[in-house]
Design a protein around this ligand. Sequence first.
Ligand code: AN7
Length: 361
Amino acid sequence: MSLTAAKTVHNAWPGLIEAYRPFLPVSATTPVVTLHEGNTPLIPVPAIAAEIGRQVQVFVKYDGLNPTGSFKDRGMTMAISKAKEAGAKAVICASTGNTSAAAAAYARRGGLRAFVLIPEGYVALGKLAQALVYGAEVMAIKGNFDQALEIVRQMSETYPVTLVNSVNPYRLEGQKTSAFEIVDALGNAPDWLCIPMGNAGNITAYWMGFCQYHEQDRCDRLPRMMGFQAAGAAPIVAGHIFPQPETLATAIRIGNPANWERAIAVKDASQGQFHAVTDAEILAAYRMLASQEGIFCEPASAASVAGLLKVKEQVPTGATIVCVLTGNGLKDPEIAMQQQGGQFHQGILPELETVAKVMGF
Ligand code: AN7
């Protein structure tokens, strides 16, 4: 039997730094720390489109399929590569969960120490498990995310640790690549981009990406940027700090966003809108995505779809809309178990007839 080279049916995805190298602030000598993040699917969601009630195309950008299960991997491949290039030995972040998981994974892969500060009791189980198993040094504070961010900002000014929250400019450089992927997939920018906002780093990054592609004639239009916050943590929508933010979408339980002014600038430049969505609206979108589209995202991510449905009257006929699903549903198994719709039959005897009866036969 002779071995022949297999025909290549597709080119392996090299990770977003290699894929978009000309658009990113890296050089030939930057040590690229990658888990081959990016290249996430843009999936049509016809049941959501049908809710809008006229001819529209709706897609979700399922960024929960990144290596650690959230969009933070896009920012972290850049932030950690650049930290390593600069000779850093340790990184630090405050996090509602996903940043800590991504920072931990990429830092450890790059041989750096990872320190993370989280609000005690308000990080979803999957995210905490990730940070711990990747080998981060996790510190839970008796306070909220905003207080944790204040501490790590000061920490990085005083001690030899590099801050990898979204105030680190390389984070947004990496995250903007999701806008590139959307344009590459659609052949143009969408009419609307719907996105959840916490610290508002991601909405800022997407806008950077669309603008950069537009300047290079890769798209001939720019989307309206539609940002959504949880009603109990909606400082940008309300125009004031929320000292005690509350929402079951713990990823976006943020009362004083680091990128507040930049988000406002994005809204104005894109003729966008920001709205608040209630936890009930978030959960309705979360259940709909899972049970009607087969797409499991975390609650914070469902805010983008909840927001779209909230303003559906304004959607122009013929529009193309992308909702960003920032994190994977597996991140928060506790919410998922609370939301399952009573289809879980337990304590059934191991007999064919009994099972058939439960099935309704
Ligand atoms: C799933 O991990 O802030 O508006 O510390 O995990 O860029 O802050 C997470 C934020 C949306 C909001 N969806 O993004 C953290 C953190 C999910 C998130 C957001 C987050 P930004």
